[in-house]
Every structure is written in structure tokens, then in C-alpha cells.
Design a protein around this ligand. Structure first.
Ligand SMILES: Nc1nc2c(ncn2[C@@H]2O[C@H](COP(=O)(O)OP(=O)(O)O)[C@@H](O)[C@H]2O)c(=O)[nH]1
Ligand SMILES: [Mg+2]
Length: 222
């Protein structure tokens, strides 16, 4: 593939300071940043691929991909013509605000309506770090089991929305959607819950509507 992927690594600093800098930068551009957090393999990148295809060109999505190694996820988004950079932690289990800020500055912010960061796959550490986001979005795949919100409550408590992925697999596993939803509700009574299947395309309409509510309004361009 001919796309050039920018890679960012090895930047750390006072986290709250850089989260604040990011909020100022985003507010100057009228942009919202969402922080997508879930276990490795929960379907975060697949959700972003499908989401980008649904949003573009109406809502122009930019993505920052957080991983420990490789540019594989950024390449998946670049293939869809999504402005994307890869953030590599080299081992750390979460993204810190300064690294996110540096990468964000290089995205074409004036040409974007919404930015999503896919955090490093992990249900614990990323929930503890503010990266300047407007909301954290927790991703829970049904195959992880419905007890995960109870076992990793911080992420689900902090989440402004919860996406329950891989609902097409429910017929093959003991977990039920109702049990997953009930576990999320035990921890977080208010956040919207979006059950989706990226493979079948089920449930995406409500998720897309929610994202559109966070996108820069086209009227602001005029
Ligand atoms: N059956 C099914 N598989 C999915 C779905 N979403 C993602 N996957 C698969 O789950 C695996 C991990 O997906 P990926 O997006 O790389 O997860 P990430 O590590 O959270 O970014 C891949 O094999 C995907 O094809 C879904 O809705 N249904
Ligand atoms: Mg991924």
C-alpha cells in the first residue's frame, strides 16, 4: 500500500497539562475527541472501519491509533482514506496525553469534524488517563463474558457510552445481550449502550447518530 503512516512514540509529560492543551486545541477548532477503550480483539478497529465508511464524507473522521507495536491498525484506516496516525507506546499499556497531543497537532484538524483515538487494548490502564477527550467510549465484546464490567468497573463507570460488539456471535456462546447490558447498568446507570455487529451491520444506526451528535456542525464552517 502506498499510504505513508506517521508514527509517534516516546513522548511523556505532565499528563493533566497536556490533556488541558489538547482541550484548548480542540476547542479552537470546534472539535470533539473520543477515547475508544476496550480489550485487545474486542473489535475496536473493525468498529472504526465500519464507522468511517458510514460517516464519510458527511462527517469527516480523523483517527489516532494507539498500539504497543506495528502500524497495522493505522494501515486499515488509511486504506479507507481516513486521516490517521499511529501512536506506539513500545510497551506501555495506555496512551498518555502528550503523545496524543503531538499526533493530534499534525492531523488536518481544520478539515475534520470528529476525532477518535483507539487506545491500547486494555481494560485497566487507559481508563486511568485523561488524554483530553470529551468522553471515553468503552467497547465490550460479547465473547469476553458479561462479568467484565463488574470486574473492570473504572472504565465502565467513566464511559460516556458503551458499545457491545460481536452480537452476531451471541447464538454460539453462553453470554446473553441482556446479561451484558445489565452488568453495564450495574456500574453505569446513564451511558447509552449500543449493541452492534460489524459483521452483519446490526445496531450501527444508533451509534452513528450518537457520534453525529458529537461532530462539528457543518454550519460552523460557514
Ligand atoms: N463475529 C464478529 N467478529 C468481529 C466483529 N468485530 C470484530 N470482529 C473480529 O474480531 C477480531 C478483532 O477485531 P479488531 O477490530 O482487530 O479488534 P481490536 O483489537 O479491538 O481493534 C477480528 O478478527 C475481527 O474480524 C463483529 O462484529 N463480529
Ligand atoms: Mg485495534
Amino acid at each position: 500500500m502506498s499510504e505513508t503512516i506517521k508514527i509517534y512514540r516516546d513522548l511523556a509529560g505532565a499528563n493533566d497539562h497536556w490533556a488541558g492543551e489538547t482541550r484548548s486545541l480542540l476547542s479552537r477548532h470546534g472539535l470533539t475527541l473520543l477515547n475508544l477503550i476496550g480489550a485487545p480483539g474486542s473489535g475496536k478497529t473493525a468498529l472504526l472501519e465500519r464507522t468511517a465508511a458510514r460517516l464519510q464524507p458527511r462527517v469527516r473522521l480523523g483517527v489516532l491509533e494507539g498500539d504497543i507495536e506495528t502500524t497495522r491498525d493505522a494501515e486499515r484506516l488509511a486504506a479507507l482514506r481516513v486521516p490517521v496516525s499511529q501512536l506506539l507506546t513500545g510497551g506501555a499499556c495506555h496512551l498518555e496525553a502528550r503523545l496524543v497531543h503531538a499526533a493530534l497537532r499534525d492531523l488536518p484538524l481544520e478539515n475534520l469534524d470528529l476525532v477518535v483515538v483507539e487506545n491500547v487494548g486494555n481494560l485497566v490502564c487507559p481508563a486511568e488517563f485523561d488524554i483530553g477527550e470529551a468522553a471515553k467510549v468503552a467497547v465490550l465484546s460479547v465473547t469476553e463474558g458479561e462479568d467484565k464490567p463488574l470486574k473492570y468497573p473504572l472504565l465502565f463507570r467513566e464511559a460516556g457510552a458503551v458499545v457491545i460488539t460481536k452480537t452476531d456471535l451471541l447464538p454460539y456462546i453462553p453470554a446473553t445481550l441482556e446479561a451484558c447490558q445489565a452488568a453495564v447498568r450495574q456500574i453505569n446507570s446513564g451511558a447509552p449502550i449500543f449493541p452492534v455487529s460489524v459483521v452483519r451491520g446490526d445496531g450501527l444506526d444508533d451509534w452513528i447518530l450518537w457520534l453525529e451528535g458529537h461532530a462539528r456542525r457543518s454550519t460552523r464552517h460557514t
